[in-house]
Design a protein around this ligand. Structure first.
Ligand code: ZN
Length: 313
């Protein structure tokens, strides 16, 4: 045996008792059920996601309805209160203070909040339509002050949703003009949009590194233009899920109490099956009894005695 496996043996187990494992199981079932319901009803239309993607700093991002919805949704599922720590074009970093998942695995050493990371990546991938991966970078159970989650979004999907048809029109004009640099005024004349509007959009395109400060397409901009239509992301217009938040909350609560009932019945079953004390007593009695019949009879008598005692109390 290597020293490494020897060391693993002395590490504390994740659960101290069977009862603790069962109650954690019940909590996890509840959590997973409510997450499943929440994610199913949280599809966000592109025009709302666009607002969040175009927000360039933490404060502006936090002010978007989508971000506020996400915080509320995660809170309702029981995952805790998300905070935004960092916002870049393709990356967002969230923290959770006083994480509930950590408490479920309070004896674990190492990162434990894979459920939160998985939920964030599913929310981005499925509900926001942006293929994303999320990793837990720092965990309360690993000595961190908070649990910290980093989301990395697929750049092409971010561009496809963040930039709208007007941005694409501007990109097209810049591409056709090729080497000759244009001013905002010239772009405005070409497209028919107001100069102020063009200026504002060029600032965003520059932040997304599609154009440079001279309003020329960058290599990224040219690559985006080329790949833009490779994966079609049809813009579906539907009401954002926060219009329906009370219904989502109701469904989460209903699913939670259902999961709770199931978990409770599993817990009760487990209690009946495992009763070590009885097994030991039975073995002791068996030594003294001559036959199984005698043993059974003896046990019945003992039980009656117990009942008599209880009756007299
Ligand atoms: Zn954690």
């Amino acid at each position: 045996m290597t020293e490494k496996t020897g060391k693993a043996n002395v590490e504390r187990p994740v659960f101290q008792s069977f009862a603790e494992a069962m109650s954690t199981f019940a909590e996890l079932t509840k959590l997973e059920t409510s997450i499943e319901i929440a994610l199913k009803e949280a599809a966000v239309p592109h025009h709302e996601t666009r607002k969040m993607l175009r927000a360039m700093n933490v404060l502006d991002t936090e002010a978007t309805p989508l971000f506020q919805f996400m915080v509320l949704l995660f809170e309702k599922t029981g995952l805790g209160k998300l905070k935004l720590a960092r916002k870049e074009i393709f990356r967002m970093e969230f923290t959770v203070e006083g994480c509930q998942v950590c408490k479920l695995y309070k004896n674990a050493q190492g990162k434990t909040c894979y459920i939160t990371a998985e939920t964030i990546s599913k929310f981005f991938t499925t509900d926001l339509d942006i293929p994303s991966v999320c990793k837990e970078m720092e965990c309360g159970n690993e000595g961190g002050k908070v649990c910290r989650f980093l989301v990395e979004m697929q750049p092409l999907a971010v561009y496809q949703i963040a930039l709208d048809s007007t941005d694409n029109e501007i990109i097209e004009i810049l591409f056709k003009k090729g080497e000759s640099a244009l001013t905002c005024k010239q772009i405005a004349e070409e497209t028919g949009y107001a100069e102020e509007e063009v200026k504002f959009r060029c600032e965003i395109l520059e932040k997304f590194r599609i154009i440079d400060s001279r309003l020329k397409l960058t290599e990224i901009g040219i690559a985006y233009r080329k790949n833009r239509s490779k994966v079609q992301r049809e813009e579906k217009v539907f009401p954002p899920p926060w219009k329906n938040i009370s219904k989502i909350t109701e469904n989460i609560a209903a699913a939670e109490s259902f999961a709770e009932a199931i978990a409770r019945s599993v817990e009760q079953e487990a209690e009946i099956v495992i009763d070590e004390k009885d097994i030991i007593n039975l073995a002791e009695e068996a030594k003294k009894s001559k036959s199984f019949a005698e043993l059974l009879f003896k046990r019945m008598k003992d039980e009656n005695k117990e009942e008599d005692k209880n009756d007299r109390k």
